[in-house]
Design a protein around this ligand. Structure first.
Ligand code: NDP
Length: 242
């Protein structure tokens, strides 16, 4: 395989970490990204270099447009454009809508939805200029497809990511760059802290939570050459939840 590099946002832990490790095992060089957990990100990076792959760490707040731009431009200037990007990093701040603070709304929209623009806008043109196939995968959620109680902010952001991904897929299709959206159900990560997990599991047809590795396996397929004709799609990994 000619050497291809993939950036995975939010790959210091959870689903993003599983994606970065899986893609490294598939033979890609990796760019691990986090907001501020640099030790965890460095550990992921070390695991990847031990597999014989190149890896480096970027850290910036997805909601900070100029920090994202500076960091991504500097990285691409040194190492070249990416083959693939996984827009994985995200947060939730749940509350019943009447009690949802302006800050809960703003933080979730800025990180999840503005994050799409802040990361992809600087990297897309360099990807096009590689004049080779490329891959973009975004992370939505079952909440973006169905809506979910207590998650008006998160559902809005994740539905927005679906629309944005589909529109970008149309713009990039003839450049051989695919854009697909993965919509996980309930996956065992830090994000589930404080949720009534047992109650939720009872509503999942598979009667269990998903694992980060199960999401990573789908992302790895979407990154592969075999997935060249799959674009503008939303693919769920949710144990039959919807
Ligand atoms: P985690 O909370 O386990 O990890 C979040 C990751 O995103 C961390 O690497 C964190 O960096 C990074 N991050 C968070 N906020 C920012 C920010 N403002 N700027 C930069 N990086 C940030 O999340 P999950 O692994 O559970 O979720 C990954 C994605 O999957 C998210 O988009 C989430 O919405 C989506 N998803 C998750 C589901 C689940 O059940 N877990 C279900 C459906 C969708 P740091 O470590 O430095 O804080």
């Amino acid at each position: 395989m000619s050497q291809k590099t993939i950036l995975v946002t939010g790959s210091s832990r959870g689903i993003g970490k599983a994606i970065a490790l899986r893609l490294a095992r598939e033979g890609y060089d990796m760019v691990v990204h986090c907001r501020n957990r640099l030790t965890e990100a460095a550990d992921v990076c070390n695991e990847i270099t031990q597999m014989g792959r190149q890896c480096r760490v970027l850290s910036f707040d997805l909601a900070d447009r100029s920090a994202a731009l500076l960091s991504l431009e500097a990285d691409m200037q040194t190492h070249g454009a990416y083959y693939g990007v996984v827009c994985n990093a995200g947060i939730s701040r749940d509350n019943a809508f009447p009690a949802m603070s302006p800050d809960d709304w703003d933080q979730v929209l800025r990180c999840n939805l503005d994050g799409f623009y802040n990361v992809l806008n600087p990297v897309v043109m360099p990807m096009v200029q590689r004049r080779k196939p490329g891959r973009i995968v975004t992370l939505s959620s079952v909440s973006g497809l169905m809506g979910n109680r207590g998650q008006v902010n998160y559902s809005a952001a994740k539905a927005g990511i679906i629309g944005a991904s589909k529109a970008l897929a149309i713009e990039l299709a003839k450049r051989k760059i695919t854009v697909n959206c993965v919509a996980p159900g309930l996956i065992e990560t830090d994000m589930l802290e404080g949720l009534p997990v047992e109650e939720i599991v009872a509503t999942i047809p598979a009667r269990r939570l998903g694992t980060p590795d199960e999401v990573a396996a789908l992302v790895a397929f979407l990154m592969s050459e075999d997935a060249a004709y799959i674009t503008r799609q939303v693919i769920s990994v949710n144990g039959g939840l919807c």
